[in-house]
Design a protein around this ligand. Sequence first.
Ligand code: ZN
Length: 145
Amino acid sequence: MFVQKNEKGIWLVVLDRGQLLLESLTKVVTQEKILGGHLSAIGALKNPELGFYEVHEKNYIRKAFDSGDFELISLIGNVSLKESQPYVHAHAALGLADFSVIGGHLFEAEVAVTAEIFITPFGAMPVREMDEKLGLATIQHCRIQ
Ligand code: ZN
């Protein structure tokens, strides 16, 4: 793993083959005390677990894909606080060898080749709280630290 911050406060995180993407990113934002922010990534993943939220059921359809490596075409996400802990919320578009694409809410995935992630801090921590109507913890306010 490689973690570097530039003079503008933007972070570059490069993960290695075999690392868990969201677990590793959550460790980085916790250790480096990154206050909120936007993240984007490209690379390649394997064993992704994706979700599709059914709001009328207040539940995710979850599906694990164990059919080899996927091109990480695009991952976007953000950093917030959920239950007082740093939380990385990410959505991913993943490409297959036949050039079809799957995507959704990313629960977790393993890095298959590399993952190149840039994080731009927001400077305040968005705070998630449960929205009972949606059945989800959504961003309700920001905490400036
Ligand atoms: Zn999501």
